[in-house]
Design a protein around this ligand. Sequence first.
Ligand code: SF4
Length: 344
Amino acid sequence: MADAPLLSVQDLTVTFPTPRGPVRAVDALGFSVHRGRTLGIVGESGSGKSVTSLAVMGLHTGAEVTGSVVLDGRELVGLPERELNRLRGRRMAMIFQDPLSSLHPYYTVGEQIAEHHRVHFGSRRAAARRRAVEMLGEVGIPEPARRAGEYPHQFSGGMRQRVMIAMALACEPELLIADEPTTALDVTVQAQILELIARLQQDRGLAVVMITHDLGVVARVAQEVLVMYGGRAAEQAPVDDLFAAPAHPYTRGLLDSLPRLDDRDDEPLRAIPGSPPSLLAPSPGCAFAPRCPRAAAATGAERRRCEETRPSLVRDHDRLTACHLSPRGDTGAAERPARNGGIR
Ligand code: SF4
């Protein structure tokens, strides 16, 4: 079992009841992450990537979650809330895009980290407080003993994200889910936070799931990429393979829409035409069909297949692709994006 993934997700489906009918936000998703590795999950808003991360953490109330989420051999789907609470923090932790909304404005950051530690370990106040200061130091907050006594509003955005990372890792979890952790930060601070996560991952052998819409972030930190579209996996591949030869037209579109250093100032931005699919009235065919250049170029039976039959994921070596008309990787490698999403 030495090589077993820490996190294994299979056939994960998340359905929300709404007044207009059920919405299947995540549909039959599967992936796994090993210790010391990072999986990047990318997609547009509404693709289901954040819903997936919340489902793994067991944080969806009111949604129907089916399938399997196994953490270190233990099935989490259907686990009672009390058990899940015990695992959250101690075995798995999550950081979000906006640390300010995750931190309580009335308590000092040291109190909040210490409280988190006390809840999970039943530690005494002084020990929890020492742990809070230690963690603030570990995530690179200068003068951690003094700053532990300050409130969230006294920290910059980047420092607040460091506080959230300190809190997330205070109880030594093995799985860290980072949901757009750098989206609200400027480019230099983004790079520092990604470097911090990478260092902590190496030091602790963490398994990391990085949720992002930014392919630059994926290129920088992930070894494996899962591209989501309309709640389903469009393509999954090792990061180098994906950038070298995207097989799904949606992945190709995402890569082509990145700004490039050699773009002229007057050149319009390239976007994928059309809008994300409606999850309320999903089409029976491929969700990407209305926007897909490959389907548009197809005729007859091939075109009908795209419009009428949902493609299944098909494996080709280390790559999985859900496309009826997929060649073994698109022609023409995409340039690998630099850390800020631009092409280097
Ligand atoms: Fe495009 Fe058809 Fe492939 Fe869907 S199945 S991505 S519509 S070519």
